[in-house]
Ligand binder design. Structure first.
Ligand SMILES: [Zn+2]
Length: 69
């Protein structure tokens, strides 16, 4: 089940997620508070959205680069 243009792949963890940037509803990134430095680092590294899970993780102080597991 795919909906072109509606789903995205998180560049940080590789999981598929729904990007709300094209939706009427606000994107997850508008509900997660990240400090300006983190946001700037994100934009430097990736042009795509991250999934909400990663945004929340970053908001809790996890490293931008996900530790190798
Ligand atoms: Zn992610």
């Amino acid at each position: 089940m795919t909906t072109p243009g509606a789903d995205a792949v998180c560049p940080r963890c590789g999981q598929r997620f729904h990007c709300g940037a094209c939706d009427a509803a606000p994107c997850a990134c508008t509900t997660v508070r990240l400090d300006a430095a983190t946001l700037a680092a994100l934009r430097e590294r990736w042009s795509a959205c991250l999934c909400r899970e990663c945004l929340v993780a970053l908001a809790h102080g996890e490293p931008i680069e996900r530790p190798a597991s």
